[in-house]
Write a protein that binds this ligand. Sequence first.
Ligand code: TK8
Length: 338
Amino acid sequence: MTIRFKTRLLVLATALSCAVAGVAAAADVKPRLIRFGYGLNEESVQGRAARFLAQELEKVSDGKLKMRTFGSATLGSDEQMQGALAGGAQEMMVGSTAPLAGMVKEFGVFDLPFLFNSEKEADAVLDGKVGQDLLKKLEAKGLVGLVYWENGFRNMTNSKHPIVRAEDMQGIKLRVMQNQIALGVFNTLGANAVPMPFSELFTALETRTVDGQENPITTIQSSKFYEVQPFLTITRHVYTPWVVLASKKWWDTLSPDEQKLIRQAAAASRDFERKDSRADSTKAMATLEKAGMKINTVSPEEVARMREKVQPVVDKYTQELGPDLIKQMNDEIQKARN
Ligand code: TK8
């Protein structure tokens, strides 16, 4: 054998073994069943996006990564599922940021009112450094934060009367998400804030245990709150994201290839969900009108008064969550606004 021929053989062999290694690495995906829980029902934005994620995952993994989706909090409320993921008893979920603040307090930033003006600003913060740094903080608590879906701008419904002025909130027993900031904000606005998991909300409204609640239009429609809440007031007081989460205990048992495929499918689900949420919001509004809800929008002057009223709460939690974080966030919002 000539030296040149030997070299050629060696090159060929190396190339071949690399190719084989490549195939082997790409194939490091085992058949797995992933349980994915969420709080809204199957006909909601969340339900559609969960199904999309399951299909996408099956597609990119050649059918190996199978996801079973569980809606309507059948695996538990957001908070309960967070615990199950941290303990390794459930693989994945999607839920609001508000209950996550119990684990990583900085997620409370999304409960500070009147921060974002548009979905575009929210996307910029969530997909930018602030949002991604927040996700990283979850790992120490046993969770892997994958992507943000849109829950959306929240509005108020109640069974008593339209909210025209901040004073109209007085005496309204209002269900709020479970964290200190939400509680502080709505009590300061004059309501009687009652923290409660979403899974108990419809019944609480129906039995008049509470008079009202606040959620995006899409949720008010898909959860049929219009059946038990005659008044809807457009306030857009806060934008809540949803976070797609994985159990870290479980995540660490996956191969890098499996992790990559899940991240890839999650990113596709984010794009699908945000688009769907925005389109659905307009449709849902029409449904609520048709259903006979009495709908009003608070005036910009009144929003300014509400802002002023809650400023002490914002100041207090700016200190508690870190003035640097809030500044960084406001800078990113400004950049997106201009
Ligand atoms: C669903 C909740 C819901 C949220 C709430 O599990 O609790 O009001 O807006 O979307 O996460």
